[in-house]
Write a protein that binds this ligand. Structure first.
Ligand SMILES: Cc1cc2nc3c(=O)[nH]c(=O)nc-3n(C[C@H](O)[C@H](O)[C@H](O)COP(=O)(O)O)c2cc1C
Length: 217
C-alpha cells in the first residue's frame, strides 16, 4: 500500500502540510508506504492544451505528454494505491500551483466521451484536504463553495472515490501583532488553533488510516 499526499501550500510546516502529514501518519499506522510531495518545490506549468493525451492512437493517449518536474509525480500517482491532495484556499479556490497540478493530473485521465470515462488504471481511495481562514458559517452564508463539490465529482469520476475534509478558521500568522490584519481576533485564532485544529488533524489521521486499509466510505 503506497499513499501519496500532495501539498499545494507554499508553507511546509503550516496548516495544510500539518494535516497532510497527520494523514500520512494515519496511513503509516496501517503499515503503508507514504510520500509527501511539496508542489512549490517543483517547476511546472498547468495544462498547455496540446491534446496529446486526447489524440486518437497517439503515443501519449490518456497520459500527460508535457515533460517537466511534474512528470515523475504523475507517474508515481499512477502507481499509488491512494491519493490525498491538500490546499489552502486562495481567493475562494485552491492555490495556483494546486490548480495547475490538477489540470495536469485530471485532464489526461478523463475521456471526452459521453458519458465521460476514466483512463486511470484502477480504483483508489482519493481525498482532498482544504484549509482556510473563513469560518464554516461564513462559507455556508455564501452558499458554500461549489468548487469543493466539483473537485469531489471529478475525483470520483477518475479514481472512483472522492472525499473532502475541511479545516476552517485556521491560524495564519505566527504573531498577529506583526501584521495588519485587524479583522481577526488573535486570541480567538489561537484558541481555535489549540482546541479545534488538533481535531481536524485527527480527522486527517483517520482519513489516512482508512485509505491505507483500502476503505473510502
Ligand atoms: C494569497 C492568499 C489568499 C487567501 N484567500 C483566502 C480566501 O479566499 N478564503 C479564506 O478563507 N482564506 C484565504 N486565505 C487564507 C488561507 O487559506 C489559510 O490561512 C490557510 O489555512 C493557509 O494554509 P497554510 O497554512 O497551509 O499555508 C488566503 C491566504 C493567502 C496567502
Amino acid at each position: 500500500m503506497y499513499i501519496i499526499a500532495i501539498n499545494g501550500s507554499p508553507r511546509k510546516e503550516w496548516n495544510t502540510a500539518t494535516m497532510l502529514k497527520r494523514a500520512l501518519e494515519g496511513a503509516l499506522s496501517q503499515k503503508a508506504k507514504t510520500e509527501l510531495i511539496h508542489l512549490y518545490d517543483l517547476n511546472y506549468t498547468g495544462c498547455i492544451s496540446c491534446f496529446a493525451c486526447k489524440t486518437r492512437r497517439g503515443v501519449s493517449y490518456g497520459r500527460c505528454a508535457v515533460k517537466d518536474d511534474l512528470s515523475p509525480v504523475l507517474k508515481k500517482i499512477e502507481e499509488s494505491d491512494a491519493l490525498i491532495l491538500g490546499s489552502p484556499i486562495y481567493f475562494g479556490t485552491v492555490s495556483g500551483e494546486m490548480k495547475s497540478f490538477m489540470e495536469r493530473l485530471f485532464f489526461p485521465f478523463l475521456t471526452y466521451t459521453d458519458p465521460p470515462a476514466s483512463l486511470f488504471p484502477k480504483k483508489i481511495p482519493a481525498g482532498f484536504i482544504y484549509t482556510m481562514n473563513v469560518t464554516e458559517e461564513q462559507i455556508n452564508a455564501f452558499g458554500g463553495v461549489s468548487h469543493f463539490s466539483n473537485n469531489e465529482r471529478v475525483m470520483k469520476l477518475i479514481f472512483g472515490t472522492g472525499q473532502s475534509l475541511f479545516s476552517y478558521d485556521t491560524c495564519q500568522f505566527d504573531d498577529y501583532s506583526k501584521v495588519v490584519a485587524d479583522r481577526f481576533d488573535p486570541e480567538k485564532k489561537l484558541q481555535r488553533h489549540r482546541e479545534v485544529f488538533p481535531m481536524d488533524c485527527e480527522k486527517a489521521f483517520r482519513m489516512g488510516a482508512q485509505f491505507a486499509g483500502g476503505r473510502h466510505d
